[in-house]
Design a protein around this ligand. Structure first.
Ligand code: NAP
Length: 283
């Protein structure tokens, strides 16, 4: 497989490139400095000269709160860029796999969200990612994931490992639920969608929903510390409140993946322990 990975400087893009390299693919990972996906001419030039079998788009403006004060750039980076990628991949007959988010939902549903539930984003970031889904067109694979953690980026695991060395007590919300997802497990699934040229929306997360409070307790335990140092608080107690509202229920039912008979991603505790071990090993 000849694969182009955009956003290769990010936590997911980095691990998609590593995984494809491991499997012997001819993979080119491009960071924002090497390919700014908002630049139509550059997107066309890179894809038409490389002519990859697939493009896995991991580039995005993921600063959820900052998106609230720059709507135009959020839509440029997260939606218009996907239009350029769709145009260019169509011309080179490359399969497009693009990543979206649980934030396309409003979080009011009690049950997990499946691929046919109606999105209703509450933040600019969520709205821009939903627009990106629509720009991807019917032939692309669109992967909605949530609570992404990897070795090469900022995420909840990295944050908590730092915080436990600085504080005796931590407070995290216990009324927002979701599925932590680890790049080590998501990357192979993205490659599979690319190889098999699957189309349409796929929810893809590691298994077993938790609240942020429960997830942080798991991280603290995996780091060998006492999880009782973590206290539950309601979202209404966050001070200051965050500019972008988060969905209270972010749980994504991986219905398409399951019904298609594909191997579900593991319980998140296993990749969590592996990530904590490798982040500790790096310190
Ligand atoms: N992180 C999560 O919890 C989460 C949850 C659900 C879905 N997702 C989705 O998962 C995907 C991967 O996210 P991630 O966690 O790997 O985020 P990330 O670490 O922030 O990576 C995104 C990468 O995209 C790059 N980028 C931003 N604007 C760009 C542009 N105009 N052209 C090219 N590259 C650009 C960023 O570069 P700079 O660092 O230089 O800006 C960064 O390297 C995204 O589509 C995101 O929306 C993430």
């Amino acid at each position: 497989m000849k694969i182009l990975v955009t956003g290769a400087g990010g936590q997911l893009g980095h691990d998609v490139v590593s995984h494809c390299q491991l499997l012997g693919d001819d993979v080119t990972g491009v960071s924002r400095a090497e390919l700014d996906v908002t630049q139509r001419d550059h997107v066309h030039a890179v894809i038409s000269s490389l002519r990859p079998d697939a493009v896995i788009n991991c580039a995005a403006w993921t600063a959820v709160d900052a998106c609230e004060s720059n709507r135009e750039y959020a839509f440029t980076a997260n939606a218009l860029s996907v239009r350029w990628l769709r145009e260019a991949t169509a011309r080179s007959a490359s399969h497009l796999v693009t990543i979206s988010t649980d934030y396309v939902f409003d979080g009011t549903k009690i049950e997990p969200y499946d691929e046919w539930d109606t999105p209703n984003p509450q933040s600019i970031y969520g709205a821009s990612k939903l627009a990106g889904e629509r720009e991807a067109g019917p032939d692309a694979a669109i992967v909605r994931t949530s609570w992404v953690c990897g070795e090469h980026g900022s995420n909840m695991v990295a944050t908590v490992l730092k915080l436990i060395n600085e504080h005796d007590q931590l407070s995290f919300v216990d009324d927002q639920r979701g599925c932590p997802t680890f790049t080590a497990d998501l990357a192979p699934a993205l490659r599979q969608l690319a190889v098999e040229r699957r189309a349409g929306i796929h929810h893809l997360t590691n298994s077993r929903p938790v609240s942020w409070f429960e997830f942080v307790q798991e991280i603290v335990s995996a780091a060998g510390r006492d999880p009782s140092m973590v206290l539950p608080i309601p979202t209404s107690d966050l001070d200051p409140p965050r500019p972008a509202p988060r969905p209270m229920n972010s749980v994504l039912d991986n219905a398409v993946w399951r019904v298609a008979g594909l191997e579900p991603l593991r319980d998140h505790l296993e990749p969590l322990r592996e990530l904590v071990a490798s982040l500790h090993g790096n310190n």
